[in-house]
Structures are given as C-alpha cells and as structure tokens.
Design a protein around this ligand. Structure first.
Ligand SMILES: [Zn+2]
Length: 578
C-alpha cells in the first residue's frame, strides 16, 4: 500500500514543477542557434544573497562561459526572489548543462546549441503564415477554388502542390494550446515561450519589456547578413504574428512599443494595417507620446503609402524601402474586398489584398543582390474563425494560396528560394457535408446532407483568382466549428458583415447569443461549450500542416515542433555559420 502511494506521488511529481525551485532561462531542452543573442537569467526563490547560490554551465562559472560579468540582483524589483543575469550573450555549438544550486536545492537544464554551415543554401526565404489555418480551411478552399467532381479536384492549391510536408506541433512552454504571439515567436526565434509573449521568456519581471530576450530572425538578418527584410500582413502590423519578426515584449498588446520596435529594426518593406500606432498622439492616433514614426521612416528614405494604388506605384518606380499602412485596424479580408463589401471597405476603398502585397514586396526586396527574408501573413483566417465566420476564413485561405502562387512564380527556375507555408496554430474546424435548401425543413440540421447526401455546392461562377462570385446559394458547404459560445447559427454566409456569434449578457460578463442572428430565418440556437465569459471560438492544439519547396525544404518531414521551422530557415541562410 505504501509503495502504491509513493508511486502515485511520483507520477504526480512528473507533471508539476516544484513550487519553490530555481528557474533557469532559456528553459530545459531549449535548442537554439549558435551565435544568436539571448538573455540568461536564473531566478532564486526567497530572495537569497549572492553567496548563498551557485550557478555553473558545464561545470564552469557563468562569467567564464559567456566571457562577460554577470549581474546579481538580490530581491529583484523588491520581489521575493533574487536574480542572476547575463544579458545579450551567445554560445558556440554544443551541449550545455546549466546547474543552479541554492542550499540543498539543485535545478538543472540542458540546452542544445546548434551551428549552421558557413555557406548559405538559399538566397531568399519566404515564410507564409496562414494564421489559424487548419486542414478544414484548406479542404474547403480546395473544394471552392479548384472544383470538386467525381471524387477528385480539377487542380491543386499552390500550397498543396509542394514536394515536402510535415506536421507542426504548436504548443507553448506554459500550455498545450498556444496563442499567435507565442507560436509566431517560436518560428521567429527558435525558442518556445508562454502565451502572449514575443521574443522573450516569461520571467518574474514586473514590466513587459524587462523579461529575458531572445534574438529574432529579423534582428539576425539585420545583424548577420546584408539581406533585405520584409514583413507583410493583412492584420495590424503590430499584431502578434508580424510583430514576432522584430519584437520583444511579455505581452503582445504593447502595440505602441511594438510600432517603435519596428522603427528600431527597420525592415525594408513593412505592410499591414494599424496606422494609429505610428502617428504622434492626437487625432487618428492611439499613441500616448509624440513619436511620429511615419515621419521617422520617411526621414531615412522610406516611401510611405496608404493605398493599393500608391503601393503599386512605389513598387513600379523602383523603390526598395516601403512603409504601407492601409487601414486603421486590420485590412479587410477577401470576402469583403470582393463580394460583400462590408467591414471597412467603404471607409478604405483602395486596400491591397495579400497577393498584391506579396507581388509588390517581392519586386522591391528582390532588388537586393544579397537576397531577402520575407514573412507574409494571411492573418484573418484566424480572426474570422474566432467569429465562426467560415466563409470569410476560407476566402482568406484562398487569398493566402494566391499569394503562395505569386511566390512560386517568383521562385520558378531559380532554385535559390525556400518557400514555407504553415499555420501558427489551428482551429477546431471541419467540412462535414453540404446544406441544401431543397431538403425539407427550416433548420440547418434539416438541410444538412452528410455522407451520400453531401453533393457539391452550387456557388456562383469562379472569378480568375478562384473566388466564387456568389456564395449565398441554395447548396452550400457545411463547415462547422468545434468550439463556440451560446450562439445562433444560420448556416449561410453573413453577407451583411462579419458574424458576431455572441454578445455580453445582462450581467456584463456572461456571453449570450447574438439575438440579431437568432431573429434570422432558419436560425438555430446552440448552447455554447466554452467557458461562459468567452465571446468567440478558441484555438486548437491540433497539429498544423507545413508544406515547403526549395533548398532546405527536404528537412521538413514527419512531426516537428514549431521551433524547428526557425532552425531550417537559420540553416539555409547560414545564420549561425560565422
Ligand atoms: Zn487567434
């Protein structure tokens, strides 16, 4: 009996950290790039004095290993811990055992620091991130854009027609289900971190900007290569995914600080929404200081544009440095730009879509004889999936695919460009059949045809880019979400604007179904399966699909952690090879 108790305690211990252990950053099992900079930090509970603790790396003193003195902060920031810091350090390739001793308590972590070849294998890397893109989105996009008949498609998506594929696991260091900051940061730094963090580990520091930093691929490109750098998105440029390329903060919501960080790193091409974070405080600004970031970019030779027309002009006239801010918030998605014309389309009538941004970015970046790194995000696949508006999410999947085709056309015949297409995480979304209005009954479930009744949809004719010209037809795909608040489902596209699945209830906390939707014909009321305060669908931990082509793409196979994407990019660009 005693043995059984001891065994079960041991098992519990395997899954929970001891409450008062030293914490070491980077964390255990970190694999990171030789020569990339990071902040080393050890936190000791109960605020010990420096003589009460000891830290070694492979048995040597920390100062000796890093070649610079460490700093010890007793009761750091007045908190109940002490901290040992070595900021901005780097290591050569090798395996490192870090041991921190405090009295009888000993904690250790192991790092693998990997080098790269000296010679780059690729001149250019283009990383496409379909934010939240899941297998369900991809499949629905293929049915819609490539035509399904008699069990086959008339064509492949550009992102499917790639020779290499891997499953990518996206969890953060603190939780199984990630957010977009943490997961994009894994691609951008090669380190796993916690929810909401960008380019930092999540230590005990009080201020978001004080946490231990790790170098981003944007900074590495700047510091170690002569390549150009591009960051392109249709979300706000300060949103998590684009920010991950350059930013360091414990919280992704530090939008104004992130805008300032963009100016510090200065990617050559920057395109997205989020204009108010770049203007000095006053009308049309969300800044609380007088910093005129648009002016600062202009002062160092950037062309600043706010419309698609001006973007195309800048690209056509041979410009190589561009700041494009096309919307106060996110750029409207393809469903609104083309079909519904809702969202902010009337306020911003001349916005680019992601393929046109990609084409312009490639034109400018490829002028650099040393090559470039470009991250392109189709960011609203995720946002529309949160709002359970699958038609908008899938239109933006088709839009991403058209942008991938632009990159494939660029790379064709040159064999010097690695193209990667990957989500940062997934949603619980699946294609399960079709709704057919010819079936008897009014409710979505009356009209749902699964299995042999899932006949192909009769959407309007496709335009040249594969988007149907009518989605609100009598036979439509049934794409369903696995997580939702209390909501009313109409099983048709929301032609009058993005779906709002739930609104705040009378207590100001509990989310309730949006009665506007409940009043629509055929609406069905669904009891939510999420915590009561959550207004929208949530991310899934399901693995994402990565496809890739070009030099180094063969490294992607089997199942990999998201940090491996950084590793392959660093390898092909030889970022650790000097
Ligand atoms: Zn999301």
């Amino acid at each position: 009996m005693r043995h059984a108790v001891a065994a079960s305690l041991f098992l519990i211990g395997a899954f929970t950290a001891a409450p008062h252990a030293q914490t070491i950053y980077p964390i255990d099992r970190a694999e990171f790039l030789a020569g990339s900079r990071f902040d080393f930090k050890v936190e000791f509970p109960d605020a010990p004095k420096p003589e009460a603790v000891k830290v070694t790396i492979n048995g040597k003193s920390v100062d000796a290993v890093f070649g610079k003195p460490t700093t010890f902060l007793e009761a750091e920031e007045g908190q109940k811990h002490s901290a040992l810091w070595a900021r901005g350090v780097a290591l050569p390739p090798g395996r490192y055992l870090v041991e921190a001793t405090q009295g009888n308590a000993r904690k250790s972590v192991v790092w693998e620091v990997y080098g790269t070849q000296r010679r780059p294998r690729a001149k250019n890397v283009i990383l496409f991130i379909g934010d939240g893109m899941s297998v369900g989105h991809r499949t629905a996009a293929r049915v819609i854009a490539k035509n399904w008949r008699e069990g086959k498609y008339d064509g492949d998506l550009a992102m499917d027609d790639m020779p290499h594929m891997a499953l990518i696991s996206t969890s953060g260091s603190d939780s199984i289900v990630t957010d977009s900051a943490n997961s994009a940061s894994a691609y951008a730094t090669g380190h796993k971190s916690c929810n909401a963090a960008l380019g930092v580990y999540c230590a005990k520091n009080a201020l978001n900007l004080d946490h231990p930093k790790v170098e981003t691929i944007g900074e590495l490109i700047r510091r170690r290569t002569k390549k150009s750098l591009g960051v392109v998105t249709n979300t706000e440029i300060v949103d998590a995914t684009p920010a991950s390329i350059i930013a360091h903060t414990r919280h992704r919501r530090d939008y104004n600080a992130i805008a300032t960080m963009f100016e510090a790193v200065r990617p050559d091409v920057i395109m997205g929404g989020g204009k108010p974070h770049f203007k000095p405080k006053g009308e049309g600004s969300k800044r609380t200081d007088d910093l005129d970031l648009i002016g600062k970019f202009r002062d160092v030779g950037y062309t600043y544009v706010e419309t698609k027309t001006a973007m195309l002009e800048a690209a056509a006239s041979g410009k190589t440095k561009l700041l494009g801010l096309f919307n106060d918030s996110n750029i409207d998605g393809a469903f609104d730009l083309r079909l519904a014309k809702k969202g902010t389309v009337s306020k911003f009538p001349d916005q680019p879509d992601v393929p046109s941004q990609t084409r312009a970015a490639l034109k400018m970046l490829s002028k650099n004889p040393h090559g470039f790194f470009l991250m392109v995000e189709s960011g609203r696949i995720d946002k529309y999936s949160h709002s359970l508006d699958w038609e908008r999410a899938v239109f933006d999947t088709i839009m991403l695919d058209n942008a991938v085709q632009v990159a494939k056309d660029f790379a064709a015949g040159r064999n010097d460009t690695l193209i990667i297409v990957v989500p940062d995480h997934t949603h619980a979304v699946s294609l399960v059949g079709t709704y057919d209005d010819a079936r008897p009954g009014q409710l979505p479930r009356d009209r749902l045809g699964p299995y042999d009744l899932s006949l192909p949809p009769n959407y309007g004719p496709r335009d040249a880019e594969g988007y149907p010209t009518d989605m609100d037809t009598s036979r439509r795909l049934a794409v369903i979400f696995g997580t939702f608040p209390d909501t009313c489902d109409i099983a048709r596209p929301y032609m009058d604007g993005e779906r709002v699945p739930a609104v705040k209830g009378p207590d100001g906390k509990t989310m309730v179904a949006n009665e506007k939707d409940c009043a629509r014909p055929g609406a069905v009321r669904k009891a939510g399966n999420l915590p009561f305060g959550m207004p929208q669908g949530v991310h899934a931990a399901d693995d994402g699909i990565l496809t890739a082509m070009g030099p180094g793409a063969e490294r992607f196979r089997g199942r990999k952690d998201n940090t491996f994407v950084f590793r392959v990019m660093a390898e092909v660009l030889a970022l650790g090879g000097r």
